[in-house]
Design a protein around this ligand. Sequence first.
Ligand code: TRP
Ligand code: ZN
Length: 856
Amino acid sequence: MTAPEPRTVYLADYRPFSHLIDRVELTFRLAPQATRVAARLHLRPNPDCRGHHVLRLDGEDLRLISARIDGHAVDVTPDDTGLTIPAALLPDAPFVLETEVEIAPEGNTALEGLYMSRGMYCTQCEAEGFRKITFYPDRPDVMARFHVRIESDLPVLLSNGNPVAHGPGWAEWDDPWPKPAYLFALVAGDLVAHRDSFTTASGRKVDLAIWVRPGDLDRCAYAMDSLIRSMRWDEQVYGREYDLDVFNIVAVDDFNMGAMENKGLNIFNSKLVLASPETATDDDYARIEAVIAHEYFHNWTGNRITCRDWFQLCLKEGLTVYRDQQFSGDMRSHAVKRIEDVLALRARQFREDQGPLAHPVRPESFIEINNFYTATVYEKGAEIIGMLKTLVGDDGYRKSLDLYFDRHDGEAATIEDWLKVFEDATGRDLAQFKRWYSEAGTPRLSVSDDWQDGTYTLTFTQTNPPTPGQPEKAPKVLPIAVGLLNPNGDEVVPTTVLEMTETTQSFRFEGLAAKPVPSILRGFSTPVVLDRASSPAERAFLLAHDTDPFNRWEAGRALAKDMLSAMVTDGAPPAADWLEALARLAFDDTLDPAFRALALRLPSEDDMAQTLHAAGHVPDPDAIHAARRAAGDALAARLAPRLPGLIAALTDAGPFHADAAAAGRRALRGAALHLITRTDGGAAARAAFAAAGNMTETTAALSALLDIGQGEAELAAFETKWRHDRLVMDKWFMLQTLLAAPDRTAATVERLTRHPDFDWKNPNRFRAVIGALSANHAGFHHASGAGYRLLADWLLTLDPKNPQTAARMSTAFETWPRYDGIRQALVRVELDRILSTPGLSRDLTEMAGRMLAAGG
Ligand code: TRP
Ligand code: ZN
């Protein structure tokens, strides 16, 4: 096989498709090695494209059996990427194209198109998987009504839309809503349903079903409950009702990503559906709730209104992430949710934006679109929506969204359409704001203040650093939420949004009695790196008094980061003011336990590497690891006397509740257990492991033991108990890798990859071990280069089978320009080795090439 020429696709080259498709009829005769797909496309020339055109259809790995136009056989031969039907063979009027192809789902290890997962047929078509099913214009702006017939002996046969008829060995589905091919889905298997129903605001009853393997039926209740709450919330908050008679969710074990919003038939990675207290942690519950909501919300933001082309991906993803974040905040705690989202934003998106893979939220070119399902498109895309809402206000936002749904329902829209809706609804000019979509990179914001005669002045300066392909940048619109406290800790100026549009800008506050303490960037109102030198005393003051919960947490975070930085760069000891501040907070029962748990969590090693790098240092992974452990030990010693009491007070008797309050208590209890384990030789954690009544407690105790190099017996007991449960065993694999000591990380991973249950073709298992390897910062960046080598070996093993997941995992290397010359040289060897491998996928070629380009 010769490597395909990597072709770059440009936003600027967009042209509408030559034809429109009114209706698609598909018939599947399922067989593992030879599935037949018969397609009838009802086409007509697109009136917007003048002239008589050829018809170019996408198609990959399809064996063409026959092709007919209006019933007459046509003699056409596909090439590697599709099928061209010459203009001479095409009527200049509506016509029907019939094709039949053969495909082999059993051999499809890429998990894109129609594939098999443990005996079950399923599909993944986003972004460009439909072309592996049949010849079709596989682009989101071609929207058509689909009618699907499935023939198979398997008992459950599902597709999009409403069920219309079924008999022994067949079923037919009809989707009344025009949709692009990427939203097509088909499932066939020996499945059972957890059922419920939902009555919409206008009184239509919708049958809900979550389809799983027979043994998993008792783990669907939380996902179903989340779905029903999502449906109600979208009606109440966005006025969006569901629009089919049925809504089906299917859980599959082999899946490249989290989940997929196919119309009326969402397909999920089973880890984001199945939960019971014994098998799922509180974090799992929270993610299930969020992803169920996310995929459901796509029904309007993604499906009813879709994207014109894949450059507009953030149109659906940024908005839908924003909506799922709002939902989780409403269901749980807005403060805690915002802190968690900002932690994730910094860990994944800032990291991406400050490295060689930085790209605009709306990219302008790509080689492989699968490589652009990124934290930037998703999470920074969501931050942009949040900024828009801050700028136009709640009412302006609601008006704009109403207009968006009204104006673009049934369309494939663009970012220009999206912004125009806000301009028309609110009268605001968003020309400068649009730079957030076109310019990559995390802006840096520095602040200075001045106090004179009762006037307090804040002066901000923004810098927009260069990113690959974008050396120069103009200032952005930054909504900076600010509040002022007086020296007693009372709020004298409540939260005010300052709109910064210039490179340097001052804002004045008059009539104050004393010099205030500023609380800047409340709620993290714009995604920037804030540079503000501040004293430990002021940070401790805000940690104690800020009325904005996000900034309260942020003050503690800054205190910890300042301290860890000084420990790494100057060998400073753990700071007394940090220890005292955390000691007050840890035992302050007036505060939400979930908030206290977050405040006790030290910045991650990767976060410290990012922070040190941004401050102009070359981060030393060993020194960061040592400093973080020393800080943790000091905190443990400081808090130790009162930790047993805290743990006892947080121990809930009675049945398990998954709600945020109960989860927050378990989180704080886990944090306390983690700390006490640093001081008691593991006694408390061993007891907690033995007494654990749910998976949250089990993993908290096991992690605490692994963190001090113990837990052998507990690992063995865990394995014996859960050997037959794939999702639970993923945790067993992951924790050992994440918590291995730096000197032993590579050896631990090698041992785990020899375990009989290390099924590397399963993406969850691959991520549990190889993904965790790169998440173990000091282990991955070990100066021997063993971590780098091991990752590259496994990427090269996976790439021929599953290029999408291999490329995604390769981003572990994206931070390499941060580190010292020795480590850089070691990474360069691995990236060179990857790139020079014959037959490397387009996916991994693009990623390794972009990362290597950063080396100059
Ligand atoms: N649209 C999905 C979501 O965010 C993402 C997704 C699921 C996906 N599976 C994929 C993207 C496979 C690319 C390839 O909800
Ligand atoms: Zn999505």
